[in-house]
Design a protein around this ligand. Structure first.
Ligand code: GLV
Length: 302
């Protein structure tokens, strides 16, 4: 491991996040901590590490799990892994779009469970992507990469973003519109905004009700952006279909969601390719080593 070159490394040998008390006990006296998005980096976390702590390196691009003000108060640097997971995450958004639009999982189950009795014209009919309107909510790096993939499908692109995205507008004749206009016009709404308190339940019952009947909602960003209970109700009434990689209370899902055929559920796989996770690991190590050498970290967030 790269950090091993200059540091003593205490590596938690587990794939499942250990209980918080165990993490807090283990980080006491650390100079740097590698955190997952499931680790809440707040005052108790920083106190548990103590005055030795100089850097928290998040193994993720999103950093809604980190209280940046608390880090700054203690002069602890925080870093993330931007850029390297853009394409992998856009691929997962498309995996969900395709699987949801064309009912791939339902079809696979039907064949596997021996329920397929042969071809008929109205079997598992889906949504045609060619000519459909894709609404990109948040046209940053991942939103733009997701929109770019729509070119081959001959789709119309609408997007929301605080600023115009000239690349999307020129390459794809994408149109920037207010969120509610996008919600009402899109056949597929794909979420790519970072999670901030003001984005909690950005997609609430009222917005779900404004979506076109039969439209798809895709979330590869952060779970709390959608009111998951309201989504459950919309899915139960069969008005919409959804493809989710993230959940409001990960890894718990709103009870009832797993019973529904019209939602595709992935276990937060956005950045999960060998190449991307390798690059993320290197970035995390370089961020930590830079701070410990009194150099500016390559990817600071505070
Ligand atoms: C994954 O969700 C990330 O933020 O990297």
């Amino acid at each position: 491991m790269l950090v091993g070159a200059g540091c003593v490394v205490d590596h938690l040998q587990t794939d499942v996040a250990p209980p918080r008390e165990e993490v807090l006990a283990r980080i006491e006296g650390a100079a740097g901590v590698v955190t997952m998005m499931s680790d809440r980096v707040d005052d108790p976390f920083l106190s548990a590490a103590g005055d030795t702590l100089r850097v928290v390196a998040n193994f993720a691009v999103g950093y809604d799990n980190i209280d940046l003000a608390a880090c700054s108060r203690r002069s602890v640097r925080a870093t993330n892994t931007p850029g390297v997971l853009t394409e992998a995450t856009a691929d997962i958004a498309w995996a969900l779009i395709m699987a949801t639009a064309r009912r791939v999982i339902e079809g696979d189950r039907k064949v596997r469970e021996g329920r397929w009795q042969g071809w008929y014209p109205t079997e598992l009919l889906g949504v045609e992507l060619h000519g459909a309107t894709l609404g990109i909510v948040g046209a940053g790096r991942i939103g733009t990469a997701t929109a770019r993939r729509a070119l081959g499908f001959g789709m119309h692109i609408l997007y929301t973003h605080p600023r115009a995205n000239p690349e999307l507008e020129q390459e794809q004749r994408a149109q920037r519109v207010p969120l509610d206009e996008l919600i009402e016009a899109a056949d597929i709404v794909s979420l790519h905004v970072p999670y901030r308190p003001e984005n909690r339940h950005l997609i609430d019952a009222a917005r779900l009700a404004r979506m076109k009947p039969g439209a798809l909602l895709i979330n590869t960003a952060r779970g709390p952006i959608i009111d998951e209970r309201a989504l459950l109700a919309a899915l139960q009434s069969d008005r919409l279909r959804a493809g989710l990689d993230v959940y409001e209370h990960e890894p718990q899902l709103t009870p009832g969601l797993t019973e529904l055929p019209n939602v595709v559920l992935l276990p937060h796989l956005g950045s999960g390719t060998v190449a991307t996770r390798q690059r993320m690991s290197e970035m995390v190590a370089n961020n930590i080593l830079a701070v410990l050498r009194d150099e500016p970290p390559p990817h600071p967030i505070s």
